[in-house]
Design a protein. Structure first.
Lengths: 305, 140
């Protein structure tokens, strides 16, 4: 039995296999419609989330399975003081697999250590969010046809954005990758990410605050939101939040086959006018998120088609 | 200075000079009612100076805690007055409830019964990280 808490637990072969199954689901969906018949997914979300929870639930329904749900912490036994370990043991008696989001870092690991069914980390605070990374990888693969040999621009909050750090780590496994890290000085990629991932693996990267000058180089542009909740000082947030806004005029110098990604929700960092540009992939990315989760559920439940 | 040799017990040797007392406290040797000797600043060919602890009882040692505090110490087990076992202690791969996670966002802050487990992630730098939130332990 296997859980997924951190994307690092997956080998490159396993990631490639998950992407291959995801592609087969996209191309031959009907084949998978009964794959999880009789199986139940428990979604335990102790922190607000719309898309991730719905994505997991839609994924399980599309595989022919069922869903039981703990939708908020107030209505669950956690509010009565039950530990994550006890909750995981209990839910294991009802469900075949658990997807868990929790505000505390490491809570899904505690659940996995105690559950008798696989646990998927659906986000633990600002720590890990492996299914977002799988979603990003699947989106890049489907939209570019490859995961190697490309220049990836990451823009916005590169300091606190967990999806950014996981994506850098996951893409660093592939050859010919170059990163362009675009952020204000205050929101630069932490030094441990540069040291432990980029420098350690000899991955070329450039850090810049100048968004427009690097746009022509990019094959992928991954935009992120500056998150209000990460700032102690409202003034800092207000000063930084509108620093990088992607507008149609900025895209004029971009490659015609650039792909624009965003983990969503968007605030104003991508102009709505971009949505109709064929290079915009962030809503397709939401769709790929469901498919990536279907592929992962199949793997962890050891369902072979 | 003479300290009696022990018949059945443990000698912790090659302790970095000055760390004897913290090892004494960490291992809870103050709670023993047998004879315990801490010998400080002993001349050592290998270390220049070293500390030694002798415990006149065959107690169960927390080897992982010892390895974390002072990798390189030697534990000699004495039985019937002779050396029965000599163990060279190195940095442990995992330590439990020796150090505690200080990240306020870590699950260990709200679930008090959880063991605080740290894993060695970088041997050269002696970097330990919390297994739950991956926060780096403050090194001593």
């Amino acid at each position: 039995m296997r859980s997924l808490i951190d994307i690092q637990e997956l080998t490159t072969d396993e990631i490639n296999e998950l992407i291959a199954v995801a592609c087969d689901i996209i191309d031959n969906g009907a084949k998978y419609s009964e794959a999880c018949r009789g199986k139940k997914l428990a979604t335990m979300f102790f922190e607000p989330s719309t898309r991730t929870r719905l994505s997991f639930e839609a994924a399980m329904y599309e595989l022919g399975g069922n869903v039981i749900s703990v939708s908020n912490a107030e209505s669950s036994s956690a509010a009565k003081g039950e530990s994550v370990a006890d909750t995981a043991k209990t839910i294991s008696c009802y469900a075949d697999i658990i997807a868990m989001r929790h505000p505390k870092e490491g809570a899904p690991l505690v659940a996995a250590m105690n559950a008798s069914v696989p646990v998927i980390n659906a986000g633990d605070g600002g720590h890990n969010h492996p299914t977002q990374t799988l979603t990003d990888l699947l989106t890049i693969y489907r939209e570019k046809g490859r995961l190697d040999n490309m220049t990836i621009g990451l823009c916005g909050d590169l300091k606190f954005g967990r999806t950014v750090h996981s994506l850098i780590s996951a893409m660093s496994r592939y050859t010919g990758i170059k990163f362009i890290l675009i952020s204000p000085e205050e929101l630069k990629v932490p030094s441990y990410v540069k040291r432990d991932i980029l420098k350690k693996n000899d991955i070329p990267y450039v850090q810049t605050t100048d968004f427009e000058s690097v746009i022509p180089e990019l094959d992928i542009l991954y935009m992120t939101r500056v998150q209000r909740e990460r700032f102690f000082n409202e003034e800092d947030y207000l000063r930084l939040k509108d620093r990088y806004i992607l507008t149609p005029d900025k895209l004029a110098s971009a490659k015609p086959d650039l792909k624009i990604l965003h983990p969503l929700p968007r605030v104003n960092e991508i102009s709505v006018a971009i949505d109709s540009d064929p290079r915009a992939c962030y809503f397709k990315q939401v769709y790929y998120g469901k498919i990536a989760r279907m592929s992962l559920i199949l793997k962890l439940l050891e369902v072979k088609i | 200075m003479n300290i009696d040799s022990i018949k059945n017990g443990i000698v912790i040797d090659h302790i970095t000079a000055g760390k004897g007392m913290s090892i004494y406290n960490l291992l809870g040797l103050d709670k023993l009612d047998c004879s315990v000797a801490i010998i400080k600043n002993v001349n050592s060919r290998k270390l220049g100076k070293k500390d030694i602890i002798k415990v006149d009882s065959d107690i169960e040692l927390n080897i992982d805690a010892l390895g974390y505090i002072d990798p390189g110490v030697t534990v000699n087990v004495i039985k019937d007055g002779v050396l029965a076992e000599k163990r060279n202690i190195s940095l442990p791969e995992k330590i439990t409830n020796v150090i505690f996670c200080k990240n306020p966002r870590c699950i260990t802050t709200t679930e008090q019964e959880l063991p605080h487990i740290f894993r060695l992630t970088e041997k050269e730098g002696k970097v330990y990280r919390c297994i739950y939130c991956e926060t780096k332990a403050e090194t001593k």
